[in-house]
Design a protein around this ligand. Structure first.
Ligand code: SAH
Length: 237
């Protein structure tokens, strides 16, 4: 999988080298490049924004640098159906674990990270395949959203996680019927007067699995009852 991000702050993405994504890149399991939108400007000030038509507060990202950047990244062949161009946007569909699973096998993803009041709509209409949101709140730019999704996608790539099976136990995955993960404990067996649930100390695999499933159901029913309805609707429960 190859992922590109276009941003006026490509250095944001350096933080990803620190953890999982760094490892995925080192092992050539995932190729990632961050690009500076200002490299596609032609004036002395490397201008990427302008005032919005119709007036109002704030500035908007101009279409020309975006058009040039996307054309450059897509190369001479132009748009290919294996490529998904994602605009980070509060108006988009909220990214879920199911979105991560859907996108995990895509050959190429390009994240367009907006700033200011966003990008000229014509760029979105012409080039964007998918608009995704990190949630119902407004960020100053799309970089943090793209970084969160990059991390979620990287950990689904085969060979990235130390223990291949571990993402099968994560919250929201089909393997857990889309429910929340159960609580986890490690040594010591008593800490600040609190013990560890006895089934976990039993060494009995079937009892442990049963306890975990029960806890996952109880936790989900308490904190996210909508996920139980969803699982039932999908025939996962
Ligand atoms: N005026 C816009 C917000 C602009 S915020 C509105 O009200 O919808 C600037 C940029 O940050 C956006 O263009 C988008 O790329 C990014 N952004 C802001 N909130 C986001 C969110 N919840 N998810 C993903 N990207 C977001």
């Amino acid at each position: 999988m190859r992922i590109d991000a276009i941003s006026i702050f490509p250095d944001f993405f350096q933080a990803l080298d620190l953890s999982l994504l760094g490892k995925a890149r080192d092992k050539s399991l995932l190729e990632f490049h961050a690009h500076d939108l200002r490299n596609y400007t032609h004036d002395k000030h490397r201008t990427v924004d302008d005032t919005p038509y119709g007036g109002g507060a704030g500035m908007l990202m101009k279409p020309e640098p975006w058009g040039e950047a996307l054309d450059d990244l897509l190369g001479a062949e132009g748009f290919h159906e294996d490529t998904v161009i994602i605009f980070t946007s509060p108006a988009g569909e909220v990214f879920k674990q199911a979105t991560a699973h859907e996108l995990a096998n895509v050959k190429r993803i390009i994240f367009a990270c907006g700033r200011y009041e966003g990008i000229d709509q014509r760029v979105v209409d012409r080039h964007v395949t998918l608009e995704l949101s990190l949630g119902d709140f407004v960020l100053s730019g799309g970089e943090l959203a793209a970084m969160a999704w990059l991390d979620a996608l990287a950990r689904l790539q085969p060979g990235v996680l130390h223990d291949e099976e571990s993402h099968l136990q994560d919250s929201f995955t089909p393997a857990l019927s889309g429910l929340l993960d159960c609580p986890h404990y490690t040594r010591p067996d008593t800490w600040q007067g609190q013990g560890v649930p006895t089934p976990l100390l039993s060494g009995h695999h079937a009892h442990i699995a049963q306890w975990r499933r029960q806890q996952s159901l109880l936790l989900t029913a308490r904190l996210r009852p909508g996920l139980i309805d969803q699982a039932r609707g999908q025939g996962l429960l």
